[in-house]
Design a binder for this molecule. Structure first.
Ligand code: NI
Length: 174
C-alpha cells in the first residue's frame, strides 16, 4: 500500500468527469487500498479517486471517527430529500471551510469491492460525505456550491494566501 499525492485546487484533474469502474481487477483493489491509506494519512473521512489523479468513479468513505471504511464503486444518487446546511472542507482545498446546502438524506446505488450491488441509505454527515465525494466524480468541488459572495471571498483568499492547512479543523475534510 502507498500514500498517494492528493491533487490540489487548480489541478485540471479535479475538473474531469471520471469514467465508470469496470471489472474489479487486482489493480482496482490496489487503488482502493492506497486510497484508504491516503485518506487515513490525510485524516479525512472521504476520498474520491480523481483527487489522487485516477479518473474512475470510485470513492472511499469512513464514519466520523474514521472507522468503517467502505469502498463505493460507480455510485449514483437515485433518491434524495430534505435540505440541510453544514460546513465542509476538502482535502484538495486545504484550509478552506464553508457552509454548503445539501440534501438531508440520499439513497445511493453502487457496487461494492466485490463488484456486487450495494444500496446505501444515508442521512446526516454520511449523506453529506457521499454527496461531496460523488460531486468529485463529476469534476465538481464544494466551493462551486457555496453562495457567490462566499465563493468570491474564498477564491480571493486562495489567490492571496495560497492553500494552507488548518490542522485544528482538518477532521471533516472530504
Ligand atoms: Ni473533497
Amino acid at each position: 500500500m502507498a500514500v498517494l499525492r492528493v491533487l490540489k485546487y487548480g489541478d485540471p484533474g479535479l475538473r474531469r468527469r471520471a469514467s465508470p469502474v469496470g471489472e474489479v481487477t487486482p489493480e482496482i483493489r490496489a487503488v482502493i487500498a492506497d486510497m484508504t491509506e491516503t485518506m487515513y494519512d490525510e485524516v479525512g473521512i472521504g476520498l474520491a479517486a480523481p483527487q489522487v489523479g485516477i479518473s474512475l468513479r470510485l470513492i472511499v468513505i469512513a464514519d466520523e471517527e474514521g472507522r468503517g471504511v467502505q469502498a463505493v464503486l460507480n455510485p449514483a444518487i437515485v433518491e434524495r430529500g430534505g435540505e440541510t446546511t453544514g460546513e465542509e472542507g476538502c482535502l484538495s482545498i486545504p484550509g478552506v471551510f464553508a457552509p454548503v446546502v445539501r440534501s438531508a438524506w440520499v439513497k445511493v446505488e453502487a457496487r461494492d469491492v466485490n463488484g456486487q450491488p450495494l444500496a446505501i441509505n444515508a442521512r446526516g454527515l454520511r449523506a453529506r460525505v457521499l454527496q461531496h465525494e460523488i460531486d468529485h466524480l463529476d469534476g465538481v468541488l464544494f466551493i462551486d456550491r457555496v453562495d457567490p459572495v462566499t465563493r468570491d471571498r474564498i477564491k480571493r483568499k486562495i489567490k492571496k494566501d495560497g492553500l494552507r492547512e488548518d490542522a485544528s479543523r482538518h477532521a471533516f475534510a472530504l
